[in-house]
Write a protein that binds this ligand. Sequence first.
Ligand code: GLN
Length: 383
Amino acid sequence: MPVSHRLASYGTSIFTEMTRLANEKGAINLSQGFPDFDGPEFVREAAIGAIRAGHNQYARMSGVPPLSNALAQRWQRLTGQTIDPDAQVSVTNGCTEAIAATCLGLLNPGDEVIIFEPYYDSYKPCIEIAGGVPIVLTLAAPMFGLNRDAFEAAITPRTRAVIINTPHNPTGKVFSRDELAFVAEMCIRHNLIAVTDEVYEHLVFEGQHVRLATLPGMADRTITLSSVGKTFSLTGWKIGWAIASPELSRGVRSGRQFLSYSVATPLQHAAAAAVSSGGDYLEAFEREYRQRRDLLCEALEEIGFIVYRPAGTYFILADHTPFGFADDRAFCAHLIDEIGVAAIPPTPFYDHVEFGKPLVRFAFCKRLETLNAAIERLQQLKR
Ligand code: GLN
């Protein structure tokens, strides 16, 4: 067997698999979450300008100063907290690398890390590669609420960290201030590190995005991860970052230096232009996504799905059981083969797969015409 024992059980990621199938079968791809439209022109032009200006050699490992500075200023704008751009901002190859670097740089063998299912697919393998032990708690439909008793009961003397993804992929849940206050209380009482994956922070349709790092006592024990991919529709650029205390940042960086070492220099300069941009862009961005969400939610309901309307992210989780298929894989196979639409079967995001079998995830980061074409095909489910 060429694949290591550590990773063999993970196979190929469901995102890769479904996009490959969608391309092969000519299905409309509402599976992997990437936009079918381009990022803003001013950011793309900034990248071209940076290449022409000669920003083409290795970047500083923690990030080029213009991007570190822009991220520190943005953090100040968003949270009111002043941070040191050189010591507290670490630029990474997407949030995915930030997760890996955080696990490698901060976990010791046997350290337990609490995560919530449905989980983003890289959390578990990254924890395990670092020698840690994932402890999986369930966010259960229909509310996907934090089960406080289960959380408290899961904490042991070996618990080192908790990973919170808010807004949450794939449920669309936005963790409430109360839930995060409870997480904060547990972290402080049990001396845990909080890692927050906030890549959908600007896609919130109901309620408010609360940053765990802003709750009392949490600034020094939270590693906040985000990226430009979703917010600026540039998922292929793979520009992410970790914001944390100087101590925790040292951990992230010690993992990071042996992964990709540094991030594409011209794209970092362009990302600095993106994250420095004003609120107009974000307002239009949110408005357009709200329209896409409403369109697809209403259509899915009309077609017969039980829809868990997302408060955030660009994903919709729906219950497909009214259509009578055995599980999520069978339903998604029918969708792609007979209906011509690709979606994600969510069981790969669960340890307790029974929670995922009735569900299907649709991505709505697509042009309205793409969504309308998919909706037209999905009408066939009614027959
Ligand atoms: N974040 C994307 C999604 O949830 C997938 C990214 C990937 O393919 N690894 O669809």
